[in-house]
Design a protein around this ligand. Structure first.
Ligand SMILES: [Zn+2]
Length: 182
């Protein structure tokens, strides 16, 4: 997760021309589809792996891990946190679509490091309703990866918890650093 202080040139262009960012994406899709040929793939990931990662815009999962179309499931949220909904996706990934390995990827300079659970309290003050979800803010990214690995390994719903590995992606070097689960 990350926040940006400066609008990009594309955003400025969109504001000037009245085209929204979404319009730009739809235009890009038309060009994509024009060259697209149906690979005729099954929905089951070729590498039998599910990757759970932060939604951070600086993390290009496919490029960073050498993944191709059809190789894996990707499950992303703020922080790459293993929430109940991530367990839901992993359960479906393993039980309905045949994946066996789980890779967890958090990263340096995550937006969640600058938040606390006070975020929920502030939200409640603003909107008059306390969110049901935890912010899952953290101070120590290594410890957060360990906690995520533990949540996957101890889930009663998953078929395969023997190959669960966790990493921190360095947004400056592009390198992964593996976290010892112990
Ligand atoms: Zn993040």
């Amino acid at each position: 997760m990350s926040t940006s202080a400066h609008p990009s040139a594309d955003t400025a262009d969109a504001l000037r021309t009245g085209r929204s960012v979404t319009d730009r994406l739809v235009g890009a899709n038309e060009r994509y589809a024009a060259d697209f040929t149906d690979p005729g793939m099954d929905a089951r990931p070729v590498l039998n792996v599910a990757v759970v990662a932060c939604m951070d815009a600086r993390l290009d999962l496919h490029a960073a891990l050498g993944l191709e179309l059809g190789d894996c499931h990707t499950v992303r949220n703020a922080g790459g946190v293993v929430t109940d909904d991530v367990i839901r996706s992993l359960t479906i990934s393993q039980r309905a679509l045949g994946t066996r390995s789980v890779v967890l990827i958090h990263h340096t300079n995550c937006g969640l490091e600058s938040l606390t659970e006070d975020f929920r309290h502030e939200l409640e003050m603003e909107v008059g309703q306390r969110p049901a979800w935890a912010v899952e803010a953290f101070r120590d990214v290594d410890q957060d990866v360990r906690q995520s690995m533990q949540r996957v390994r101890t889930s009663p719903f998953l078929l395969h918890t023997d190959d669960v590995r966790g990493f921190v992606f360095d947004v400056h070097s592009g390198l992964l650093r593996e976290i010892d689960p112990a």
